[in-house]
Write a protein that binds this ligand. Structure first.
Ligand code: NAD
Length: 352
């Protein structure tokens, strides 16, 4: 078992990573929670695959779980579903000393985390992420949110879990599309922070190699995110480097009405900006080629579809991450090293 301790000013918690740990979730939860009632928020797909395993293990440790099973997909990250969660928490008699578990992908983690952050002014929660994206990214760092009709993640908070329990074997049942979405973010971590990890990923040639390496891959990504979040919990500085590829990626998702996975949009964004910054002399020559090779290695598309760049630029300018007339653009100095360039919005054409 790999354990990563996250030490923040406001809280401290462990990320535990082990193949098969879903069978022993009860023991992990018992270490941080002494009462019995738990609201387990999950979605229908995840419940069918792992619900019974988690329920059995929780009951073995004398917990009383109540499963709240939602429709899979981004539409569930809504105010309406949030209200539904509160209703179920109240019906179950969940009090401030009880616990919420988020069992699922990033949608479930963000939604259940926000519900936990706000229900009775905050009750404790545990993340059990089951997609690769959730295991390496969304379950760590405490960002929880729901969407509004006007845009994604517009209502949210920073609210840290008490524990993150990761079973890399859960990735075996993910669709290829979801797997690639997570792998794009894995590549992002390697690009911004760790050249050796980048080279390690280059050596993965088969699905068997990939699954044999998953525990290490997840551990490495979680460790990178932990180090960044520990320095900048509230996303005011260095944490922004996690947005590598996201400036164009977010605009593209919006342009395509979210008919593209977040991962593919990020891959296109990472490639586009690296191509540009290499041309402009910000990025070491050859970095774009290396990035292409790694994306090809995992069969991840990075070609920008036919889009109207004027509209894309408009979306980039209205991204909620922009501050006081500036865009914080994440640029690679070379593979394994990134920096933030603050670009006044008048200069956006220079990059996009
Ligand atoms: P998701 O939660 O919708 O899961 C994708 C699909 O995979 C769903 O259909 C789900 O039912 C299914 N699934 C989950 N686990 C499975 C498994 N083990 N086997 C088979 N199917 C499984 O999507 P996601 O990509 O995990 O998360 C996307 C969300 O995460 C977005 O809402 C995004 O805004 C958010 N996010 C949050 C952060 C953060 O820091 N909080 C970071 C990145 C993304």
């Amino acid at each position: 078992m790999e354990v990563i301790s996250v030490n923040l000013q406001s809280s401290k918690y462990d990320i535990v990573i082990e193949n098969g740990i879903l069978d022993d979730v009860g023991a992990e939860v018992r270490e941080i929670y002494k009462e019995i009632k738990i609201a387990v928020v999950t979605d229908d797909n995840v419940y069918k695959l792992y619900g019974k395993t988690v329920e059995k293990s929780l009951k073995k440790y004398n917990f009383k779980p109540c499963f709240i099973i939602l429709n899979p997909g981004e539409d569930s990250k809504s105010i309406e579903t949030l209200q539904n969660l509160y209703d179920n928490f109240l019906k179950f008699g969940l009090t401030r000393s009880d616990l919420v578990i988020a069992l699922g992908g990033g949608v479930i983690g963000d939604l259940a985390g926000f519900a936990a952050a706000t229900y009775l002014r905050g009750i404790e929660f545990v993340q059990i992420p089951t997609t690769l994206l959730a295991q390496i990214d969304s379950s760590i760092g405490g960002k929880v949110a729901v969407n509004l009709k006007q845009g994604k993640n517009l209502i949210g908070s920073f609210y840290q879990p008490k524990k993150v329990i990761i079973d890399p074997l859960a990735i075996k049942t993910l669709s290829n599309e979801q797997l690639k979405a997570g792998l794009s973010e894995v590549i992002k971590y390697a690009c911004i922070k760790d050249e050796q990890f980048f080279n390690y990923l280059m050596e993965i040639k088969t699905m068997k190699d990939l699954f044999n390496s998953l525990e290490y891959i997840i551990y490495t990504c979680c460790n990178i995110k932990k180090e960044i979040v520990e320095i900048d919990e509230k996303d005011n500085g260095i944490r922004m480097i996690l947005n590598f590829g996201h400036t164009l990626g977010h605009a593209l998702e919006r342009y395509l009405n979210f008919n593209i996975t977040h991962g593919e949009a990020v891959a296109i964004g990472m490639h586009y900006i690296t191509n540009k910054t290499e041309e402009l002399g910000y990025t070491k020559r050859g970095s774009k080629f290396k990035l292409e090779k790694l994306l090809d290695n995992f069969n991840i598309n990075y070609d920008l579809p036919n889009v109207d760049m004027e509209t894309i630029r408009k979306y980039i300018l209205f991204d909620k991450k922009n501050k006081s007339g500036n865009i914080n653009l994440v640029i690679l100095r070379k593979i394994g090293e990134a920096f933030i360039e603050t670009v006044p919005i008048e200069r956006i054409n220079y990059f996009f």
